[in-house]
Write a protein that binds this ligand. Structure first.
Ligand code: SUG
Length: 477
């Protein structure tokens, strides 16, 4: 394909929810919230830092997210979504000593602690790759699918997410015989957990008997800190990764723990999914992603077996700073019904000569299963450091027609959160009617934004048939 000529879908058709494909995996995208803004809150995330103070467009952001889901669904992948969280997080302002009615709390916080107010307004829950870590029933000792909510303790605006994420995942996977939704790890100093962004499940799709391999990537081993980043924080600890592996009920012999290269963190690689993406037995990664690179790749090859297909990108082809700016590795790598793989890249890759050349080189190489490259526009999210892969949480599924809970589920998923063409129309109309098309830092203190957010979430949860999941809904009960 000629440079600049995109093979992005122009029109898409999405499967009806009644015809949920019997896929091996569902992708859950976080719906982008109506307070999506650029507050420069994420140290070490260069896009977030560089966008600080920019005026955001929450409506465009949410519509981009819905369009991205349509593209993935049209590939034959089971697409689902997670509803937004309640914002501003009024309880966090009150925990910080602000009192009075909501209007007073917002005004005082804006005057005295605007940074705290911005933290309470972040729509960062949209990056559902950080919502938690997942292992399917076939990998767990108790034959149940486990989800461990991430504590996100290293960034205050993200550390507020876990309770709501837990409530949402509990509602989305209501069948307790099949799904276990664990609370986040305690936020002690050595337990920084950022969820699936630092975890990759690899398996041989042609051999269901061979157990899967789990790659956990951490930024620091707090018990034996050796090389550490000097400029930016390491968010994930080895201790947290090990605890997550235990909670997921994994066989530790099937797990590989690898340390992020501290120089990569210092160059803006705040999560492993900025330099690596895997699917089935294929792993696309940057040569400088991890310390002890050869040992990591050998350990994976030994466990995954002959089907292991590592695709390394050298620093000569693309440097780490180039990878951080184009977000090639934050593409979604999905298996399509014909058994081949599609790499769904952010449109920034298409506009970056060297990153696009790497994507084309990979697509043309017959030794790997990646046969198609697509580009999606998620620019509003990208400006905060969130590409296509950040916006989704993968949940491997075991098809089952039976459910032991009172409500009808699709493969164990609450039907309200399964994406379809009808649902896309409904979500678009919901976004169009509630979301602002620009948001400035001052607007975050507007009590009408709080009221609108709650009214919109009430309307959404009613449309989707979800039980109460938000603090303002509990408070009313
Ligand atoms: O945690 N950005 C997020 C981006 C998360 C991307 N997720 C993955 N790589 N999986 C973060 O750094 C920016 C918010 C702000 O600056 O307003 C932010 O939180």
């Amino acid at each position: 394909m000629a440079p600049g000529q995109s093979n992005i879908f122009c029109t898409v058709t999405v499967a009806n929810s009644s015809a949920l494909p019997a896929a091996a995996e569902a992708n859950f995208d976080g719906l982008i919230g109506m307070t999506h803004n650029y507050a420069g809150l994420a140290a070490g995330n260069l896009a977030s830092q560089n966008s600080a103070g920019r005026i955001s467009n929450p409506k465009a952001a949410a519509l981009q997210g819905i369009a991205k889901m349509e593209i993935i669904a049209a590939l034959g992948v089971t697409q689902c979504f997670l509803p937004p969280h309640e914002r501003p997080a009024m309880w966090m302002l009150r925990q910080n000593g602000f009192t009075g009615d909501d209007e007073r709390v917002l005004a005082d916080a804006y005057t005295n602690k605007p940074h705290l107010l911005a933290q309470c307004c972040s729509s960062s829950f949209m990056w559902s790759a950080n919502a938690g870590t997942v292992a399917p029933a076939q990998d767990a000792r108790d034959n149940r699918t486990h989800l461990v909510v991430a504590n996100l303790k290293s960034m205050p605006h993200r550390a507020v997410e876990p309770p709501c994420t837990h409530a949402i995942l509990g509602a989305v996977f209501p069948d307790r015989d099949r799904f276990v939704v664990h609370k986040a790890l305690l936020s002690t100093a050595d337990m920084g957990d950022e969820g699936a962004a630092n975890h990759t499940r690899l398996f041989d799709a042609s051999n269901a008997q061979r157990p899967a391999t789990h790659l956990f990537v951490y930024g620091i081993d707090t018990a034996h800190p050796r090389q550490q980043p000097k400029v930016h924080p390491a968010r994930q600890t080895l201790q947290a990764s090990q605890s997550v592996a235990n909670l997921l009920q994994l066989d530790l012999a099937r797990c590989v723990f690898a340390q992020q290269h501290p120089d990569a963190i210092d160059q803006g690689v705040f999560h492993n999914d900025v330099v690596s993406v895997g699917n089935a037995s294929t792993l696309l990664y940057h040569q400088d992603a991890w310390l002890d690179h050869d040992r990591v790749v050998d350990a994976l090859a030994e466990r995954v077996g002959n089907s292991f297909c590592p695709i390394a990108v050298s620093r000569d082809e693309l440097t780490i700073p180039e990878a951080v700016s184009a977000y090639l590795f934050n593409s979604q790598l999905v298996t399509t019904p014909d058994g081949s793989m599609t790499l769904v890249c952010p449109s920034e890759v298409e506009h970056h000569d060297r990153a696009r050349a790497v994507a084309q080189r990979i697509q043309q190489d017959p030794r790997n299963p990646i046969s198609r490259i697509l580009y999606v526009d998620v620019r509003e999210s990208m400006r905060n450091g969130g590409g296509p892969a950040c916006l989704r949480l993968r949940v491997p599924l075991a098809p089952s027609a039976t459910s032991t809970v009172g409500i009808h589920t699709l493969n164990g998923i609450h039907p309200g959160c399964v994406f379809s063409s009808e649902r896309a129309t409904q979500l678009r109309a919901w976004v169009e009617s509630w979301y602002p098309d620009q948001l400035t830092p001052e607007a975050l203190a507007d009590p009408m934004l709080l009221k609108r957010n709650r009214d919109a979430l009430d309307a959404l949860t009613q449309q989707l048939g979800l039980p109460p999941i938000y603090p303002f809904q509990y408070a009313r009960e």
